[in-house]
Ligand binder design. Structure first.
Ligand SMILES: *Cc1c(COP(=O)(O)O)cnc(C)c1O
Length: 431
């Protein structure tokens, strides 16, 4: 049989670098030929060979309702007929901003942009502009998009700042970025002692989804808040992935249960809030947000920002996930999956740990849940790759890299989950 995916991949590589428009899609970590998707419905999509898959990527998070939800399609079709883009304000932008602020009370104002990268980059410029400081803290394993200042790995020791992780990023651009170990309280204290007066912001994924799935511990998160407040640095939550995905009130609402009154100063969002369209946002207290142009001195702009079709898609998605019981039912389904995988692995003598929150999950071929990037990378990648391909060949599409989180949507049924666990049982047996 001819693999049409292979034919398309060969053709794509002639005109698109690596054949893809975002690197992880190329299956480089796991090997093999990427699937070219033709269409999707509910919890499934189909590739160019017309093979059907249960989709646990959901476009890396946005498709929380599953694919082709009729309410969203109707809103998008109506908006498209009214016009694609005007370069002038619309009421829909206000409606989406009001919804985001209602769901995330730590934000008093938001600005809409078109990608998570843009939102995180703009939030950092704003934090620097608002505080008059240069330096920022990020954590190893957290991803905040591909802005220059954020493509950085730890330097040697706390006195030295980061090194670029990409060619084309000048060392001067990352010289103010300090990269620390996730969940390391000692190091965080030390960093603030050394640099506290110069730190504009600390940016963190509260539930990290770019080193698979790792939670910031409660004491670590409390310390982030305490030190930022003490040193007048802004605590910026990158909830591009976790926002409206782990809970209706995002990860910050999960931490508020354990840390009374807990709030970040700024929040970066994307993925779910656009429902699959290019849309992201950053927001915070009015006093900080008013530093943005045209009110304040911090410049930020976008031709397609607050796009009328994207906002329609986002609004319809947020309305649907705001219905009573939505997250309870989604969370139970995700737990059913992680529990099923853990039980199956145990039966087959494979060490596996897993965690989830709302519609986001992670599993590791490790006996215990990792707490930071170094521990995540101790996973057996060769074994993971065999698991991945074993599942894929039988129609289960998990993320093609062990450092990526997974996603369950409202369209996944208990039967989908059971089928997944049954196939996992066979694949674990063969490992
Ligand atoms: C996906 C992601 C980004 C980048 O968003 P893009 O829309 O891909 O630019 C930033 N931060 C986090 C936490 C993400 O998961």
């Amino acid at each position: 049989m001819i693999d049409i995916n292979q034919t398309l991949f060969d053709r794509a590589r002639k005109v698109i670098p690596g054949g893809v428009n975002s690197p992880v899609r190329a299956f480089k970590a796991v090997g093999g030929t990427p699937k070219f998707i033709t269409h999707a419905k509910g919890a499934n999509f189909w590739d160019a060979n017309d093979q059907k898959f249960i989709d646990y990527i959901g476009s890396w998070g946005p498709m929380i309702l599953g694919h082709g939800d009729p309410r969203v399609i109707e809103a998008v079709q109506k908006a498209a007929l009214e016009g694609f883009s005007f370069g002038a304000p619309t009421e829909r932008e206000i409606e989406l901003a009001e919804m985001l602020i209602h769901l995330t009370p730590s934000m008093e104002m938001v600005r809409l942009v078109s990608s998570g990268t843009e939102a995180a980059m703009s939030a950092i410029r704003l934090a620097r502009g608002a505080t008059g400081r240069q330096k920022l803290i990020k954590f190893e394993g957290c991803y905040h998009g591909h802005a220059d200042a954020l493509l950085v790995k730890a330097g040697s020791g706390l006195a030295t700042f980061g090194n670029p992780t990409s060619a084309g990023v000048p060392p001067e651009v990352v010289k103010d970025t300090l990269v620390l170990e996730y969940n390391n309280l000692e190091q965080l204290r030390e960093a603030f002692e050394l640099h506290g007066k110069e730190i504009a912001c600390l940016m963190i994924e509260p539930i990290a989804g770019n080193m698979n799935f790792v939670r910031a511990s409660i004491p670590f998160m409390s310390l982030c808040r305490e030190l930022c407040t003490k040193h007048h640095a802004l605590l910026v939550f990158d909830e591009v992935m976790s926002g409206c995905r782990v809970a209706l009130g995002s990860a910050q609402s999960v931490y508020r249960k354990d840390i009374p009154g807990f709030e970040p100063d700024m929040t970066v969002m994307g993925k779910v809030i656009g429902g699959g369209m290019p849309l992201a946002a950053f927001g915070g207290k009015a006093a900080v947000m008013e530093q943005l142009a045209p009110m304040g001195p911090v410049y930020q702009a976008g031709t397609l920002s607050g796009n009328p079709v994207a906002t329609a898609c986002g609004i319809a998605t947020l309305k649907a996930i705001s219905e009573p019981g939505f997250f309870e039912s989604l969370g139970l389904k995700t737990q059913e999956l992680t529990n099923g995988l853990m039980q199956s692995a145990k039966r087959n003598g494979i060490p596996l740990s897993a965690d989830c929150q709302g519609g986001m999950f992670g599993f590791f071929l490790l006996p215990q849940l990792p707490k930071n990037y170094t521990e995540v990378m101790k996973s057996n990648s060769e074994q993971f790759n065999r698991f991945f391909h074993g599942m894929l060949s039988q129609g289960i599409y998990f993320a093609p890299a062990l450092y990526e989180a997974g996603f369950v949507s409202a369209a996944h049924t208990s039967a989908d989950i059971q089928e997944t666990v049954e196939i996992a049982d066979k694949v674990f047996k063969s490992l």
